[in-house]
Structure formats: C-alpha cells, structure tokens
Write a protein that binds this ligand. Structure first.
Ligand SMILES: *Cc1c(COP(=O)(O)O)cnc(C)c1O
Length: 224
C-alpha cells in the first residue's frame, strides 16, 4: 500500500536537500511519537535528538538500532546510567561533575561517548551552559587525560530567543570564535548551533551541525 508522503517527511526532504554537504542534520524529535520518527528514518535520516532521558529511553527500544541518538537537553548526574549504553553524543555537557560521570558510566560498557561542551552565548538569563573560561578549564583537564571514556568532539550553543537578528548573529559569531580557539589546542569536528528559526544564519556563521525540530515535525505535541 502506498500512502501520501506525510508532512514531516516532506519537510525533512526539503530541509536535508537544501543543507550544504558539510552540515550535519540532527532531527529533534522530542514530544513526537516513535511512528513519526520512523517515517523520517525511512526517508533516510539517522541522527535524532531528544532532550529528556525518560522520553529517550522509552523511544529507543521502539525504533531501529542504528539510529545515532544525541541528547541535547540538560542532563542530571543520576540519569547518565540510563543512557550510557547506547547514547552516541551528549551535546549538553555543562559541568565537570557530569563529564566525570559520563566517563565513569561509559567505562562500564567499555565505550567512548562523544560529548560537546555547551557554551552559554545568549545574552538573556539562561540556566545552562559554561562560560568560555569554564569550558577552557574543562577542556584542559580533558587534554590531560582526566576523562578516558569520553571524547570531546564539539561545542554547542543556543542563541537568545529574540527577533533581533543582529544579536543572534553576534552570539553565533562568538561561539565560532571560541570553537576556532579550542581547535588550536585540539581539532574539534562539530560546531552545533542553529535551530528551526535560525539555522541558516548559524550555518553562515560557521555551524556545521544544526538541531532542527519544529521545522521538520511541526509544532510540539505538548509544552515542555
Ligand atoms: C528543542 C530544541 C531544539 C529544536 O528546536 P526547534 O526550534 O523546534 O527546531 C534545538 N536545540 C535544543 C537544545 C532544543 O532543546
């Protein structure tokens, strides 16, 4: 039986076709059910992002095992153990404590978990994210071998929630500068910035990984 292409699938095709070759797409599927994620998977997408551990662990067994899951939301230390066996990348690392725990849990499964350091770039008051100085300190400890079962492969940031495009651009540029500085110490692969509303600008500012939710899946099924 052939059915018409669903909205998320056609959104996905359009967005992924238009992205430059060097830009990774993380399809942010939070609040959307496994059936819809499966449709986008069937259309070719393999990297999906979720922001809550419980929602993620409920979805994983219902979906193909070759999905690369990214955690993009704040992670509590006591929840790392629930995802350590399968998570591909944790984008939201914002403390030494969490970095240590990820390394410890990854060791139990004999794995290396990729992480991005989350940097606070928004002018507005946000709860999460490292300052540049904090991130540098963590990165140096990492370079000294303090976290054997993690690999820091990138940086992640979120711009302010505002219509002021100049401000958003300034914030993206500041993260790109930090990325370039860190890359002098060790080559980083991924600069994760840009969401549904601002990913084109983020790419213009140097992003090579975008986290796109509502532009693919539509508005969220419930408020977070
Ligand atoms: C929800 C979320 C996204 C995706 O947001 P959209 O505006 O729906 O594309 C990206 N990054 C993070 C950290 C998120 O929590």
């Amino acid at each position: 039986m052939s059915t018409a292409e669903t909205e998320p699938v056609s959104n996905y095709r359009k967005i992924s076709q238009d992205l430059p070759q060097h830009v990774q797409l993380v399809a942010v599927s939070k609040t959307h059910p496994p059936e819809v994620i499966q449709q986008v998977y069937d259309a070719g997408q393999r990297v999906f992002g979720e922001n809550k551990v419980q929602e993620l662990t409920e979805k994983v067994p219902k979906l193909p095992s070759d999905i690369q899951w990214h955690l993009i939301g704040h992670l509590q230390t006591n929840k790392v153990k629930y995802i350590a066996q399968f998570i591909d990348t944790i984008q939201s690392v914002d403390s030494e404590k969490i970095l240590l725990e990820i390394s410890r849990q990854a060791a139990k499964y004999n794995r290396t978990i990729k992480v991005y350091l989350q940097i606070k770039i928004a002018a507005e008051e946000t709860k999460y994210g490292l300052t540049k100085q904090e991130a540098q300190q963590l990165f140096r400890q990492y370079m000294e071998g303090n976290y054997p079962n993690i690999e820091i492969t990138g940086l992640m940031g979120m711009a302010s929630f505002t219509d002021d495009t100049d401000q958003i651009k300034t914030e993206f540029n500041s993260l790109k500068e930090i990325f370039d500085e860190f890359s002098l110490m060790k080559q980083l692969q991924t600069l994760s910035m840009g969401m549904s509303g601002d990913y084109q600008m983020a790419i213009a500012c140097g992003s090579n990984s975008v986290r796109v939710g509502s532009a693919i899946f539509g508005s969220r099924q419930y408020d977070l």
